[in-house]
Every structure is written in C-alpha cells, then in structure tokens.
Design a protein around this ligand. Sequence first.
Ligand SMILES: Nc1nc2c(ncn2[C@@H]2O[C@H](COP(=O)(O)OP(=O)(O)O)[C@@H](O)[C@H]2O)c(=O)[nH]1
Ligand SMILES: [Mg+2]
Length: 310
Amino acid sequence: MSTSPTWHEKLLGGFRRTSDRLVGNLAGLGGARLTDETLEEIEEALIASDLGPATAAHVRGRLAEGTFGRDMEELGIRLVVAEEVEKTLAKVATPLEVTAFPRPQVILVIGVNGSGKTTTIAKLAHLLMEQDYGVMLAAGDTFRAAAIGQLRTWAERVGVPIVTGKEGGDPAGIVFEAVRQATETGIDVLIVDTAGRLQNKRELMDELSKIRRVLGRLNPASPHDVVLVLDATTGQNALNQIEVFKDVAGVTGLVMTKLDGTARGGVLVAAAEKYGLPIHAIGIGEGMTDLRPFDASEVSRIIAGVERVK
Ligand SMILES: Nc1nc2c(ncn2[C@@H]2O[C@H](COP(=O)(O)OP(=O)(O)O)[C@@H](O)[C@H]2O)c(=O)[nH]1
Ligand SMILES: [Mg+2]
C-alpha cells in the first residue's frame, strides 16, 4: 500500500537538485583548516548552487569570523549555510492576508504563459476557502478559449463562483463585472486570472494597466495585491521575469511554483535576496492542496541538507 508523499517529502524533491549540488560542492571542504582559499571555494560552491552572492558572502563572513583557521566539520558548515539562508528567506516569507475593507480584496495574478498562473489561482482559492473566506474567480485571460475553460473547470473542482466572458473579450470588462458580483454577494477575495502572452509585451502591459485602471476607479486600493507567478524550473529566467514585471505591473508579491521534481529551488533564495519582495507561497505540484506559505527554517534546512539534524 502506498501513501501519497507529504508536503515535506515533496519539498525535499523540489530542492534536491540545489541541495545535492550544494552538499556535493561542500564535500571534502570540511575537516580541513579554513584557509582563505577554502573560504573562497565554499563561497563559489554556494553561488554555483543558485544561492545569491550576498547570502554566499554572508556564509563566508560567518565562517571566517568565528572559526577561521579552526577545523570545521562539513556539517558545521552546512548548519551555517542553513542559518544564513534562513535569514534571507525569513525576511520575505509573508503569507497573503485578507484584510481589505471594504471587501472584496482583489488579487491580480500575472506572469508569463505557462508559469502556472491558472493552477496557482485554483490552489490559492482552495487555501483561502479552507480559511473560511468566500472566494470568486475572474477569467481575465481571454486570449484563448481553452484558458477560460481551464479556469472554469478549476472553479467547479474547488467549488467557487467564476465570472467569465467571451474568447477575445475585454478583460477589464470582465473584471468590472466580477467586482460588481463579488460586492453584491459578499465575497471576501476576488482572484483575477490574466493572459501571459499577447502579441507583444507592450500589449500585455497595456492590458494589465487597463485592468488596474478599471479596478482603481471602483476602489482606489484595488488591486490590493499584484502577485507574480514564477516557474522555479526556469532558474535564472524566473529572476529576469521579476525584472520585467516588477515596476511596470506594480508587483506586490511573488508565488514560486513547480518547486517539485526538476525545480532549481535555489532560485527561491536568489529571488529573495535580490528583490526582497514578499514571497506569499510556494507551489509543489498540480493538485489543489499543493500550495502553501513556506516555513523559512524548514526550507533552509532542506537546502543546506541538514533537515534531519536537530
Ligand atoms: N509540476 C508542477 N506543474 C505545475 C505546477 N503548477 C502548474 N503546473 C503545470 O504547468 C502547466 C502550466 O500551468 P498553468 O497554470 O496553465 O500556467 P499559466 O499559463 O501561467 O496559467 C500546466 O501543465 C500545469 O499543470 C506545479 O506546482 N508543479
Ligand atoms: Mg492560464
């Protein structure tokens, strides 16, 4: 009889590449005297494992300050890595909170095609429902009929109302109608799907601005959240997307998805370090329950390969 993997087991899978690489890189560096040269090697090993340069420099600094020249076991090094990574991640690990008054809180979900927006919306809706919030979805990706159908299927599965329009229809109009319905029916959270690929970037940004303008006219505080969804399997490319979207789209927070299987989990640390944007949740699969806020300590210990050491 097989049981399905737990959240922790799936996390281990998603960070395996980063963790294996890091542990492999650090192997053999412990037990020796920490010379300048060894410290240099350790710092390079950390950067090669996708951790950002600042976190790597902090680890080096920590190792140099207290223990330089002393014998340092490999496990000791990894514990320092875990502590420093945790400091970086703890600053950004920020669950999405539902605080908007008046309701609804409007969450605009953006990101390039295939990054996992629609799936993340379904998972987020499920997570919020579990917290007893009333959730509604708006199908603002009208670029393809399949995108509308995909969100509708998820809405049925999760059990939340959805507002849709025609393929090729005006997303701003759909969003306007969704806010009206959400207000009328006392919905707490309205989550808006958006298109990730239009003819060109200009058009995509224009469409997002138009949605924002319409929302802002209904309530100046809206959208309350602009969440950029990133695909962790794309490594450095995920960082480039933050660069592209953060200012023009007014990103307020991130969700990192596909942190399962073939993910390059270290990119989570790199993103945290470089941009300092709140990271609301991480996604580790295609199921409804595969999205959660993350525990900076747990993730750091997994990355550093010390999760079983107390
Ligand atoms: N393994 C894995 N696949 C995911 C995850 N999130 C989304 N996907 C898959 O990635 C593909 C694109 O997701 P979708 O939500 O349609 O992306 P969108 O184009 O940004 O809306 C789909 O095949 C999803 O099933 C995840 O956390 N893990
Ligand atoms: Mg989609």
